[in-house]
Structure formats: C-alpha cells, structure tokens
Design a protein around this ligand. Structure first.
Ligand code: MD0
Ligand code: SF4
Length: 372
C-alpha cells in the first residue's frame, strides 16, 4: 500500500475540522497536494462553510500605508532589501501618512496597517523613533480606527511604546518555519527573535499576525509544519501570500508559483483556525483571483491603497493602485456578485475588543482595548 492509500478519504479528513478535531501532518499535506478539481472544490466548500459559521457572509477591509521602503535588511525575495539599487525608495512625511490613512478611513476600511521596512531613520535614532510615535498617535486620532503596525523585528520596549501610542496589532511574517529556508530568505536574521517578537507583542496586549510565503522553495510538509507552529503561536490573523519576483533581487529569475498552492493553504488555514482572520491580499494579483481567495475561505481583504499618492504595495508596487482597483469601491461589485457583505466598523471593533480581552492581560489592558 502506498501512503496515499492509507490515508482516510477526503470526506473523513474534512469531517474533522467540522468537529474542531486536529488534522495530522500527513492529512494536511494530503489536502495541500490535491490536484483534482472536484476534490479541491470540496475543500473550498468546507472552508467557506467554516467561515460562514464564524463570520457569516461578512468580510473586513484593511487599508495599507507602506510609508517607508528603506530597510537595513537584505531579504532575498524583497524589493526593499538594502542592496537593491532598483528599489523604489521613499519615506513619506507625517502629513502624507496621515492624509493617506484619513482617505482610507473615509473610504470605509476597518483598520489601518502602517508598514515600513526596518528603516534606520525610525529604528536607529531617538528623534526618528519619536516622530514615528507621534505619527502613530496622529493616525489613530484622525481615523479612530484600529491600527496595525508592521515595523519588522523590534525590541520589547519599542513594542511597549507602540502599545502606549495606540497600536492594536503587530504583524511580522516568518515566511517559513523551515529554519534553513528562513536563513536563505532572510540572511543574517535570527529566526527565534523574529518568532518571539510576536509572542512578546501578544504578552504586551496586542493582537498578532503571522504569515507564510509560497513558491520560495518550500515543500508541502514545510507548509504543514507551519500549520503546527501556528497552533502554538495562536496568531489572531494568519496569512499566506505567493512569491512575486522583484526586480533587482537575487530571486528575480524565479517563477511566481501556481496560485493553487496559496489557495489550498488559505483553505487549510480556515479549516484549522476557523475563527481567525485570514487575508486575501490584493498585493499579489490585484483584483484577479480575489474571488478565488475568498472562495478558499479568506475573510479580510488587505492591501487597499489610496490611488495617486505615490504609495507602493510590497509584492506589487503599482498593480491596480492608481487605477483605483485596490480600493473599497474597486472591489465592491465583485463582493456584491458573490453575495458577500462588508462588515460594519462596529463588527470589527467588537472582534478586536473580544480578542484583546481574551488575551487576559489584566484590567489596564482591558481599558486600553478598543471597546466601543
Ligand atoms: C498586504 N502588502 O496586506 C500588504 C502587506 C503588511 N502587514 C501587509 C504584506 O498584502
Ligand atoms: Fe526589509 Fe521586510 Fe523587505 Fe526584509 S521583507 S528586506 S525586512 S522590508
């Protein structure tokens, strides 16, 4: 008997998440490796069922402000890597950042994601860091929305300052939990510090997002292994994004992977972590395949970017931005066709609030939670 024959039938595997029973590594690998249309649709249908069970037909929108593309690191997959001479570099001023965030808030997003490279200006000087904190406070005040920060790996005291300034979420993606692959993607970066920055952030009372990337040389069992790590990390949001080759980087010659792998990973995330937030990012294919990502079980649309402000995406620096397709309006008709509703701000506040309370970090943080 081959290993495949020994595995329970697809139905048996799909039964388990319905009863919140865990899946084994070989079951996860089996799901990730499905290639037959029929079977794949069955997995997606179960994932959609699970999403509906916990979130109804509602999705959330995240506005994205990539405000500095300077970075001291040299990740092989990333356009902003320090040695990339072809990178589109900019550092937006405070008023530009606040303007972009306000436009996003007016357009109806539920959260503002402030993202930067590990910019030495902000992370390496006191005045730069102070200006970052002031900017965060202003964005928070102007938009009155939950705030995510994606600043790279930062020490505990920096995270604590972020929390004081009003940050609700810390996003920091490992990309892979295979240590060897990690060092080739993130040379001279420490796997453990990156992982523990998320644990520290959650201890400080903020929600955390973890992320993996497909098409960077990982095997299906690497992805299955990541699923196990997620089980102990317990991120509030977990994402997967397909690798997109970036000009001027060592991985420019590599092909972008088949999107099936990302879609199957979204579905498996939904099966295993049905009540967590799972993004469908517009930063990989713009509007294309948004429907498929949602059908695989995603419930957050991320990387909404205001047009014509010179702001960039991470994987797709310009795709769909100035055309306005990465806006609330730009995705509205697709959602309509799909019978998907946009959640209210109140829905999102409540979700964030509930999760913050269940971090059980004492009355002080309870007060700080965005309970409205
Ligand atoms: C996105 N380009 O949402 C953004 C980014 C950073 N927190 C998010 C990867 O797709
Ligand atoms: Fe810097 Fe992040 Fe890009 Fe790595 S992935 S080079 S840390 S911006």
């Amino acid at each position: 008997m081959t290993e495949k024959d020994q595995l329970p039938k697809l139905e048996e595997i799909l039964e388990k998440p319905l009863h919140r029973k865990p899946l084994s590594v070989s079951e996860i690998t089996y799901l990730l490796g499905l290639t037959e249309g029929d079977q794949i649709s069955r997995v997606f249908r179960t994932a959609q069922y699970m999403r509906t069970k916990y979130f109804g037909q509602k999705v959330f929108f995240y506005g994205f402000v990539y405000f500095s593309t300077y970075c001291r690191n040299n990740c092989t997959f990333c356009s902003s890597r320090t040695s990339n001479k072809l990178a589109y570099r900019y550092r937006k001023s405070e008023s530009e950042i606040v303007e972009a965030a306000s436009l996003l808030a007016e357009s109806g997003v539920h959260l503002i994601d402030l993202t930067m490279g590990e910019d030495p200006f902000y992370l390496g000087s006191e005045s730069g860091f102070d200006s970052l904190l002031t900017t965060i406070q202003k964005v928070k005040k102007e938009t009155d929305l939950p705030l995510m920060i994606s600043p790279g790996v930062v020490p505990k005291d920096v995270l604590a300052e972020f929390v004081k300034a009003g940050v609700d979420w810390y996003a920091c993606y490992q990309e892979t939990h295979n240590r060897q692959l990690f060092s080739s993607l993130r040379p001279e970066q420490d796997y453990d510090s990156r992982l523990s920055s998320k644990i520290i952030a959650r201890r400080l009372g903020i929600l955390i997002e973890e992320g993996i990337m497909t098409g960077v040389g990982e095997s299906l069992s690497d992805i299955a292994f990541s699923m196990g790590i997620l089980q102990s990390l317990e991120p509030h949001q977990a994402r997967v994004m397909s690798f997109v080759p970036q000009m001027g980087t060592p991985m420019y010659d590599r092909k972008s992977p088949s999107r099936l792998r990302e879609l199957m990973t979204i579905a498996v995330l939904r099966l295993l972590y049905p009540d967590r937030l799972i993004p469908a990012s517009l930063d990989v294919d713009g509007l294309d395949l948004l429907q498929e990502r949602l059908e695989a079980g995603a419930n957050v649309i991320t990387s909404l970017i205001p047009p014509r402000l010179g702001l960039s995406g991470v994987s797709q620096p310009s795709l769909g931005i100035d055309e306005g397709s990465r806006t609330v309006q730009g995705v509205a008709s697709l959602l309509d066709q799909m019978g998907i509703e946009v959640a209210t701000n109140q829905d999102y506040f409540q979700w964030v609030c509930r999760e913050k309370v269940s971090l059980s970090c004492g009355p002080a943080n309870y007060e700080a939670a965005v309970c409205k």
